[in-house]
Design a protein around this ligand. Structure first.
Ligand SMILES: [Zn+2]
Length: 260
């Protein structure tokens, strides 16, 4: 790990958000690098300064009472103006009413989130965030591939002996998708193959591993943090494609891979 990576990982390291392997890499770098140790000390100092109780203002008892009274009043008025609402038939007290309204807001928000998200299962959500993290990690200098080659006859054998499966490595150059290399990554509790394709200046990471579940080659799409994530389960292989390329073009690549 170099200093640039260490600075990127440092906040997550201090928040205990890294996995064991990443955490050890940061720790090792810190033990060897005085500059990064100083950055760590600075972040820790800032953190303890922010914990200073003098920075926080607690509301007075009188202020809290006034807020509670205002909420109670508003709830009563609302209930009076909707005498036949289903809320009243539930005979909720004013505070329960406020709680119910708040719960409704939460339910609505969560609902909207899932409707706009075509990857519904929570497992898929976890894998989606893992491949997105893998994609972002790969964009750091020197992390994009372990084997750099535009030749599928070089990239495919490179995986041999490193994985318990042989990933399909299609040549899609005629369609304008330039293979630039491959690497290993770790997703969903297993080592996976990643093929890296390029379109203009965009890097596309194709994560793949054997599909042991049922096949469903409907391409599911999600956008997150400015990246497109596409996913489908082929008869033999599970695919996750991530890029900052636009959705239409990336769907073209997914279809080419699926048809291969
Ligand atoms: Zn350093």
């Amino acid at each position: 790990m170099n200093c640039t990576d260490s600075r990127i990982y440092l906040p997550a390291y201090l928040d205990d958000e890294l996995d064991v392997a990443e955490s050890l890499r940061v720790q090792r770098h810190l033990s060897e690098c005085g500059n990064c140790r100083q950055a760590q000390d600075e972040q820790l100092a800032l953190r303890s300064a922010l914990r200073d109780p003098d920075l926080y203002a607690l509301p007075s008892a009188d202020f809290s009472k006034r807020i509670e009274a205002a909420v109670r009043r508003a709830a009563k008025e609302e209930a009076r103006s909707q005498p036949s609402s289903w809320f009243e038939s539930l005979r909720l007290g004013s505070f329960q009413w406020v709680a119910a309204a708040a719960a409704l807001v939460i339910v609505t928000t969560v609902g909207v989130f899932f409707v706009t998200n075509s990857m519904r299962s929570s497992h898929d959500q976890l894998v989606a965030s893992a491949v997105l993290a893998g994609h972002i990690r790969s964009l750091q200098p020197g992390h994009l591939f372990d084997v750099a080659s535009t030749d599928e006859h070089t990239v495919k054998p490179w995986f041999q002996g490193k994985l318990d499966f042989s990933p399909p490595v299609p040549d899609l150059s005629e369609l304008g998708w330039i293979l630039v290399g491959g690497r290993l990554d770790y997703v969903d509790g297993r080592p996976v193959a990643v093929l890296v394709y390029k379109r203009r200046m965009h890097n596309i990471n194709v994560f793949l591993w054997p599909n042991h579940g049922s096949a469903d080659d409907t391409i599911r799409q999600e956008d997150a943090q400015g990246y497109q994530i596409l996913h489908w389960n082929g008869a033999e292989t599970t695919y996750w494609v991530v890029s900052d390329l636009n959705k239409t073009e990336l769907l073209g690549l997914a279809q080419a891979l699926r048809g291969h």
